[in-house]
Design a protein around this ligand. Structure first.
Ligand code: SAJ
Length: 406
């Protein structure tokens, strides 16, 4: 039986996927409310295909509980934030989960860390916890790192089809866990050592962060001298070896805006490009805010109440708002002691910020300047509702030439 620890954005779909492919699974989370919701037959976030997967897993007998289980395989899928000041990884949740596992696990068990961790984290934190509990790693307990690669919005498909990395101390243990993941994973599974697996995962997200930063910097240069960044990127990308990403209002989510900082925290003198890239991405919400004020001036809008932000999530068609550019922008606005901007997002039904609307038409009613921060399908399919409004489109969702851009 596999005990999946942490039933969040990664742990839940992973647990469901194992269960619906014939593996006996118990999902454990310390959040009682979350476990109660799952036991009441409901999923805890919106994701394409998740409800169907959930129903299959329930039929197959998956169980949800707050208790850790006595079993032979644990998969730890808990958050790994970074420390705001040092930028180093904060492994407290991983450490706490491993400590709990050590209290009950039998000899011979395998502990798989799925959470993203910076290179060396498992050596530095996880191994000592196991050893302090009197276990010999490789004899009594096997240790594995199996980072995930799934993208919110297409998780179910990517869980099935993406290739994966398994890091283990020995080939034998790596192969055993590879076989376990082969229950559902149709992609290639590469077996390597733990530190290589840690590093590859962090680097994949860093690669993306650096490339998004490049696109964002181009947007700033083009704005400065009135050039069309989108047209320039479109033409450059016709070169066979150029593939520039899309500029945007900032980078959110719990991966690309977080993981590269682990490297900056651990190797400050060696991460010039990465560190600067993260700063460029972090500067985008403030850049958009400045853009808003300039557009207000240009159009004689003096009342901030006439400005509405469309979108609160970190990207389109998901309900995840962690680290979202909109929240970062609202923080900047607060720092300037300016009044709250009004916000609307069809995916966020509970109130998470002060001036939040829950109805698109209500939100548009007194809004003169609509700032599109997320390109949800809802706005793409309802462009006619924006007729007569001034639009700042930071996501290039409007085709019209008559809108302001980044
Ligand atoms: N963004 C841009 N311009 C772009 C692409 C993205 O501004 O051209 C912004 C998005 O709007 C968003 C942020 O970047 O705010 C990140 O979005 P994303 O869709 O690129 O990635 P995530 O964070 O949803 O998922 C990533 C994925 N990693 C990579 O693509 C390397 C996913 O495969 C990982 O599994 C996931 O992080 C993770 O768990 O680490």
């Amino acid at each position: 039986m596999v005990n999946v620890i942490g039933l969040g954005y990664i742990g839940l779909p992973t647990a469901l996927m194992f269960a619906s492919h014939g593996v006996e699974v118990v999902g454990t989370d310390y959040n009682k409310e979350l476990v109660a919701t799952l036991n009441a037959g409901k999923t805890t976030f919106e994701e394409q295909g998740l409800d169907e997967l959930f129903n299959d897993a329930v039929k197959a007998g998956i169980k949800f509980t707050t208790e850790y289980q006595v079993t032979d395989t644990y998969i730890v899928s808990v958050p790994t934030p970074y420390d705001d000041f040092s930028k180093k990884i904060d492994a407290c949740y991983v450490n706490a989960a491993v400590k709990e596992i050590m209290r009950i696990c039998p000899k011979g068990a395998t502990v798989v860390i799925e959470s993203t961790v910076s290179p060396g984290t498992i050596d530095k934190f996880v191994r000592p916890i196991i050893e302090e509990n009197g276990f010999v790693i490789g004899e009594d307990i096997n240790l594995v790192h199996a980072p995930e690669r799934i993208i919110p919005g297409n998780m179910v498909y990517e869980l099935l089809h993406n290739s994966r990395t398994i890091g283990a101390d020995s080939k034998e243990v790596g192969e055993k866990i590879k076989e376990l993941y082969s229950a559902f994973c149709l992609g290639d599974i590469v077996v390597t050592d733990i530190k290589t697996a840690e590093m590859t995962k962090v680097i994949e997200n860093t690669y993306r962060a650096v490339n998004i930063a490049f696109a964002n910097e181009l947007a700033k240069i083009c704005r400065h001298d009135d050039m069309d960044v989108y047209e320039i990127i479109r033409i450059c990308n016709m070169h066979p070896r150029v593939n520039i990403l899309t500029p945007g209002p900032g980078v959110g989510g719990h991966c690309i805006s977080v993981d590269p900082w682990f490297l900056v925290g651990d190797y400050p003198s060696l991460t010039k490009v990465i560190g600067e890239s993260m700063k460029v991405n972090d500067s985008m919400p403030e850049f958009v805010l400045e853009r808003i004020y300039n557009i207000m001036k240009e159009n004689n809008i003096t009342d901030i109440g006439k400005v509405g932000l469309y979108g609160l999530t970190y990207k389109e068609n998901v309900d995840d708002y962690r680290e979202s550019p909109t929240l970062q922008l609202l923080e900047c606005q607060k720092k300037h002691l300016a009044p709250e901007l009004k916000v609307y997002d069809p995916y966020i039904t509970k109130d998470i910020v002060d001036n939040q609307y829950h109805d698109f038409d209500e939100f548009l009613k007194d809004t003169e300047l609509v700032v599109i921060l997320v390109g949800h399908d809802e706005i793409k399919n309802n462009m006619d509702k924006l007729e007569g409004k001034i639009i700042l489109d930071t996501r290039k969702v409007c085709n019209s030439d008559n809108v302001y851009r980044l």
